[in-house]
Design a protein around this ligand. Structure first.
Ligand SMILES: Nc1ncnc2c1ncn2[C@@H]1O[C@H](COP(=O)(O)OP(=O)(O)O)[C@@H](O)[C@H]1O
Ligand SMILES: [Mg+2]
Length: 322
């Protein structure tokens, strides 16, 4: 359904173009959930936004590769075609629900407008449709809610409204960028349960950006691990949890709170993710990697199959093990 193929993206400034995402490839089939994981600053959001060409508003340019929606390049789409795809076929759910809602319009006017635009319903029918989807995501008194403004809702309610908005257009695929990061833990659980239920009921494809491995275990079929603009590992959830291959994935897994026994300190990965423009030569993770050797710092390392073709990692030591 959705295919990202060797995608490289650059941040364009007056002086220069700085590579920020390099050679990322992944595929999402109907009904499958792909998790995109990595620390903050690894290029997850840039990659996710490229699916709907949203980076263009922030001077992010495609350098190489492609994004195919059902075989059609999103970069070749006309503005009209792209508007139809955004929301109508591929919906985006953002991390911060407040920024995605317009504070000066009521929930009703925002939802009804978008529903009319995409589904061509009358105002009254669009209102009914909105109410139905607000109820579907577990919001009570939906009629009353339509007249309220985003300010008067809690974070959890706003995120439910955004999910209702997304679902009301009958998308086939959802791009969810840290959809619960800004919410309280108890609210997170309920929002995740809701997303999971909707995804399964409607057989949606989903790209789930997160740095939370608990969420990956709960939701995802496949996982792509990103580090400093590159994908470093790709595999099924089982591959990644049972046999993480790349030292970065192993380190991330070791950082999970549930991996730590009582009384033990939480492991952290020493050092920081280098920003675009400051990537080292060779393996981007080498400066933080205990296993790094001279060879790691010399040449570009390719993704390579490990246990089987669908489990791949970008690490020469993994290749030696194999
Ligand atoms: N519009 C932009 N201009 C300059 N730098 C950017 C822009 N967008 C993202 N970046 C930088 O690109 C890197 C990757 O960003 P992002 O995709 O948001 O990471 P993630 O979502 O994994 O935390 C970060 O270092 C970030 O600061
Ligand atoms: Mg992000």
């Amino acid at each position: 359904m959705l295919e990202i193929k060797g995608l490289s993206l650059a941040i364009q400034s007056k002086e220069a173009a700085t590579l920020a995402v390099q050679d990322v490839s992944l595929t999402i089939a109907a009904g499958r959930v792909v998790g995109l994981v990595g620390e903050s600053g690894c290029g997850k959001t840039l990659t996710a936004q490229a699916v709907l060409r949203l980076g263009e508003y922030q001077c992010i340019e495609r350098v190489k590769g492609d994004v195919l929606w059902k075989g059609e390049s999103v970069f070749d789409m006309s503005d009209t075609r792209l508007r139809k795809m955004r929301g109508g076929q591929v919906a985006m759910i953002f991390q911060e629900p407040m920024t995605a809602l317009n504070p000066v319009f009521s929930i009703g006017s925002q939802m009804v407008e978008v529903i009319r635009l995409h589904l061509g319903l009358s105002k009254a029918k669009a209102r009914e449709h909105a109410v139905q989807y607000l109820e579907d995501v577990g919001l009570d008194e939906a009629q009353h809610l339509l007249n309220q403004y985003p300010d008067s809702l809690s974070g959890g309610m706003r995120q439910r409204v955004l999910i209702a908005m997304a679902m009301s257009l009958h998308p086939e695929c959802i791009i969810a960028d840290e959809p619960t990061t800004a919410l309280d833990v108890s609210v997170q659980k309920r929002i995740i349960a809701l997303l999971r239920k909707l995804q399964q009921e409607k057989n949606l494809g989903m790209l789930l950006v997160t740095h939370d491995f608990g969420l990956v275990a709960e939701m995802c079929d496949d996982v792509v691990v990103m580090y400093a603009g590159e994908m470093v590992e790709l595999g099924s959830v089982l591959d990644i949890f049972d046999h993480p291959a790349h030292p970065y994935t192993q380190a991330l897994m070791g950082c999970r709170p549930e991996m730590v026994k009582e009384g033990e300190a939480l492991t952290v990965i020493e050092g920081q993710v280098p920003a675009p423009g400051q990537w080292p030569k060779g393996c981007h993770f080498a400066p933080r990697c205990a296993r790094a050797s001279d060879a790691c710092r010399e040449k570009t390392i390719a993704m390579d199959a490990w246990q089987h073709g669908e489990h791949q990692a970008r690490c020469i030591h993994v290749q030696e093990q194999a």
